[in-house]
Design a protein around this ligand. Structure first.
Ligand SMILES: NC(=O)c1ccc[n+]([C@@H]2O[C@H](COP(=O)([O-])OP(=O)(O)OC[C@H]3O[C@@H](n4cnc5c(N)ncnc54)[C@H](OP(=O)(O)O)[C@@H]3O)[C@@H](O)[C@H]2O)c1
Length: 247
């Protein structure tokens, strides 16, 4: 079951998983777009169903998971991928916009997990995958809500990973850098090591298949971001201010 399957990374993962023989429950709000993707998958003899649901609605997510299980069988892997990005400016901070980002990127993933986890624990088998971001390692300029949401998302899944040890359910946290999707397409700012969607999808799938606990890529940007954790605040602020990825 994959959330945010109607666009970008979620759509790319869905098409690639279907091509490898996976049976998919595709979740997003835009049903018409999901149905087109299901049509594309079935035309290649793949198996997929579309379920329109908003990840912010816990009941809708439970119903969506029930439908996926009823039509396709037990859910082996959840990919919590649905997410939105925003640009935040300190002179027009909008609490509602911040709440929307947290609701979708964090609580949406929580609702997705809650819809599948009890049955995975009962079966002693399953994999929870979070599509976090390198933007969650430290606060990025003009990205307060997005960075905060991805930091919360990765911490939530990290805690789950520990709590789920010895249950048969594993957790994989993926930290992508910049990938060409509708989420990044409108930006004028230069995004270092920007990846083609196909390349990003293959890297994410390989990490999921290997059951990696954590996977940050591309390695060049992941190394820079990880080393920034060791920088004192004044040095980090000086560098980050000169490297805004949002206009
Ligand atoms: N692209 C990058 O550079 C990049 C880098 C790091 C991490 N990521 C993360 O990767 C994930 C996918 O991003 P993307 O680049 O593929 O973006 P995208 O092309 O804009 O796709 C976002 C997906 O999320 C779904 N979605 C948004 N709000 C939703 C809601 N309330 N309920 C259900 N589905 C919802 C959208 O579907 P509907 O509109 O149909 O609901 C869409 O399928 C996000 O979590 C993003 O933060 C992206």
């Amino acid at each position: 079951m994959i959330t945010g399957a109607s666009s970008g990374i979620g759509k790319g993962l869905s098409l690639e998983i279907a091509a490898r023989g996976g049976r998919l429950g595709l979740i997003a709000r835009r049903e018409d777009v999901l149905n087109e993707i299901v049509g594309e998958i079935r035309a290649q003899n793949g198996t997929a169903i579309a379920v329109s649901a908003d990840v912010r609605d816990a009941n809708a997510m439970k119903q969506a998971a029930d439908r996926v299980r009823a039509e396709l069988g037990p859910i082996d892997v959840l990919i919590a991928n649905a997410g939105v990005g925003t640009t935040d400016h300190i002179n027009r901070l909008d609490p509602q916009q911040v709440a929307d980002v947290i609701n979708i990127n964090v609580l949406g993933a929580v609702n997705s997990v809650a819809a599948v986890l009890p049955e995975m624990v009962e079966r002693k088998s399953g994999q929870l995958v979070a599509i976090a971001s390198l933007a969650g390692y430290r606060g990025l300029p003009k990205s307060a809500a997005y960075s905060a949401s991805k930091a919360a998302l990765s911490s939530f899944f990290e805690s789950l990973r520990i709590d789920l040890r010895h249950t048969g359910v594993t957790v994989s946290i993926i930290y992508p850098g910049f990938i060409k999707t509708p989420l990044t397409s409108g930006r004028q700012a230069k995004m270092p090591y920007l990846m083609e969607l196909d390349n990003g999808v293959k890297k994410i799938l390989s990490a999921i298949e290997k059951g990696k606990k954590s996977y940050a890529f591309p390695w060049q940007l992941a190394t820079i971001v990880r080393s920034s954790l060791l920088m004192p605040p004044s040095l980090y602020d000086w560098i980050a201010e000169r490297n805004s990825f949002r206009e």
